[in-house]
Design a protein around this ligand. Structure first.
Ligand code: PG9
Length: 600
């Protein structure tokens, strides 16, 4: 009898059509970052496409144990490696197999980062090493990736290495307080707890909240802070930082990547990308586009919006929830837009050198890609809330109002119960979920137009302009812009009468007079709440109606507002949570509206 176990199996890849090298790339402070370089065998003079990730570069380049390059790399890489690109993935410092300390979305060197390294220097040092040590390359580098990888792609543009010739940040995390992952307009996004625990527990971790219902679990816990304390996750530094900085203080101001980028001239051609229904980072890409174009109308930047969920650009984009598009819109983008753009700047002899339009966006509703010379492409046009729960393009002539009671003991769910936020199918599609599941609640107001007799095309970010009062001293307002499908639809029965969100956003009332200076609301005083919905290109078709919904919670995605002003909502006590009467006003001089970017 001899044992059947083998100590080490060094994989043999006799027919591999690729070269896969693992290297440790030295940074200026001596820290070495784990980097995987993959290319088709025979590649020479190839451009390098780099991604810097917190999600394990080893796994990203080993999707399947295969001898085929398209199988080991993410699906979205096929177009590139099949045309001579060298694909490089790197673990950011402190994660995966990289050395060093991990700091979540590490700020740039400066007031929040006293060290001499950040993602800008790490990108610079990596690119410097790659162009000197990858003999199969042509010395030109592009950078891309979605979400956190979109954030690291943007950071590479700060004082960039001269070999960095193009960048395609996808759904980048840009401002964690205004509209990306952590908060939206000051309202805290509770699924971040799972994200931080999973990412920063050194041996891997998960909150011990079992498989139970999230709505119930979060409701029973009290405030988000009480949840964190009850489950022992308040020991995580990244969670503590969120709980210590609920307002838009210098901690957030200094980290706003759009602001940091706009302090410099953009020299690297850049294409920022976002999904129309991006459930995590809808804010960042358009914010960077706007900040750089406002500073310099000729800045080499363009904006792409596709009909995608968060990071959906890198997967099959044929459908999203109940919506079907014309073919695989992810592949269409990668093949027809992203690759020609990168080829133009990274190849020695590009086939196509035509300029990239300012905005390339998919018009949902009519399912067509469209290009625009400017973004937003539409003209801001107010759609007013009116009496009888109607909406119209004419300003209200008389004063009116509606009321509802917002009870923190029964917050409005953001998806149908039972709520399982970690269920990918639920999480990736909640922004296209049929809103009929809440439309009849007494704490959700719905206003709608008559059935349209001609199409209405919008392209840009609808802006909420809400006049509202609360009987409490703090309050959240959630506004949804909805496309209501006709009641009958035998071709697509699942869409008959469907209430499709075109944009959903929340605003925490305490910040109405200053994001850095939360203040108690005066009970009964009408305030003007202004905030943006995500950027979209959408056509409301004839026979459809436009709907606007207003409510005061979106739970448990967002923590509940106690509706009693307290200095820090993470520390609200059970007694602070009180029902409040909300009043939505439509009157001359206080004309609540959603301003739609209407394309003539
Ligand atoms: N949205 C994720 C994230 C980015 C940055 C910080 C925290 C979370 C992501 O998908 O990477």
């Amino acid at each position: 009898m001899t044992p059947d176990t083998v100590a080490v199996y060094q994989q043999v890849r006799p027919q591999a059509d690729y070269i896969r090298r693992e290297v440790m790339v030295p940074m200026r402070d001596g820290t070495k970052l784990f980097t995987v370089i993959v290319m088709r065998k025979g590649t020479h003079g190839g451009p390098i496409l780099l991604s810097r990730t917190p999600y394990d570069a080893g796994k990203a380049t080993w999707r399947n144990p295969s001898q085929k390059i398209e199988e080991i790399l993410p699906v979205a890489d096929a177009e590139f490696v099949n045309d001579g690109y060298i694909r490089v993935y790197q673990d950011v410092r402190g994660l995966g197999k990289s050395e060093g300390d991990y700091v979540t979305t590490r700020p740039l060197r400066g007031p929040l980062n006293p060290t001499n390294v950040d993602h800008a220097t790490d990108a610079y040092d990596t690119i410097d090493w790659l162009v000197k040590n990858v003999p199969e390359s042509n010395g030109k580098v592009g950078i891309t990736g979605s979400s956190y990888l979109g954030f690291t792609s943007l950071m590479a543009l700060i004082d960039p290495h001269p070999a960095l010739k193009a960048s395609v940040p996808q759904s980048p995390m840009v401002d964690g307080w205004v509209g990306d992952d952590w908060f939206h307009n000051g309202a805290f996004r509770q699924p971040n707890f799972d994200y931080i625990v999973g990412q920063t527990a050194k041996k891997g971790g998960a909150i011990a909240d079992g498989t139970g219902e999230d709505y119930d679990a979060y409701l029973k816990a009290g405030s988000a802070g009480d949840f964190a304390r009850a489950y022992g996750i308040d020991i995580f530094p990244a969670i503590r930082k969120l709980m210590e900085h609920p307002a838009y203080d210098p901690f957030w101001q200094e980290q706003a990547v759009d602001v940091q980028l706009a302090k410099r001239k953009l020299t690297v051609p850049t294409m920022v990308v976002v999904g129309e229904w991006d459930q995590e980072d809808s804010y960042g890409a358009p914010a960077v586009f706007k900040a750089l174009k406002d500073k310099d109308p000729n800045a080499p930047i363009s904006l792409v919006i596709g009909p995608w969920r968060h990071s959906g650009v890198n997967y099959d984009g044929s459908s999203l929830g109940a919506l079907q598009f014309e073919g695989d819109t992810g592949l269409q983008f990668r093949r027809n837009t992203m690759k020609p753009f990168l080829d133009r700047y990274l190849k020695d002899t590009p086939a196509d050198t035509s300029p990239t339009p300012a905005a390339i966006t998919y018009a949902s509703g009519i399912n067509q890609w469209q290009s625009f010379a400017h973004w937003p492409a539409g003209k801001a046009t107010p759609l007013y809330l009116q009496a009888d729960n109607s909406l119209s393009f004419t300003a209200p002539a008389t004063a009116g109002q509606e009321r509802y009671i917002s009870d923190p003991a029964k917050p409005v769910p953001f998806v149908t119960q039972p709520v399982h936020m970690k269920d990918r199918a639920v999480w990736t599609t909640w922004l296209v979920a049929d809103q009929r599941f809440v439309s009849s609640r007494s704490d959700v107001l719905s206003y709608q137009t008559a059935a349209l007799d001609k199409p209405l095309h919008i392209a840009g970010a609808p802006q909420v302009d809400l006049f509202a009062a609360t009987s409490g001293t703090d309050s959240d307002f959630v506004v949804k812009l909805i496309d209501v499908y006709p009641e009958e639809n035998s071709a697509h029965p699942a869409l008959a009468g469907y209430q499709l969100p075109i944009g959903i956003e929340i605003y925490r009332g305490r910040y109405v007079h200053g994001r850095a200076t939360p203040a108690a609301l005066k009970p009964g005083k009408v305030e003007n709440y202004k905030f943006g919905l995500p950027n979209v290109n959408h056509v409301f078709l004839p026979g459809h109606r436009i709907m606007v919904q207003v409510q005061s919670s979106l739970f448990p995605l967002y923590d509940r507002n106690p509706q009693t002003f307290v200095p820090n909502i993470f520390n609200a006590k059970p007694g602070d949570y009180r029902a409040a009467t909300q009043t939505i006003v439509h009157a001359p001089g206080a004309a609540s509206a959603v301003w739609l970017p209407v394309v003539e």
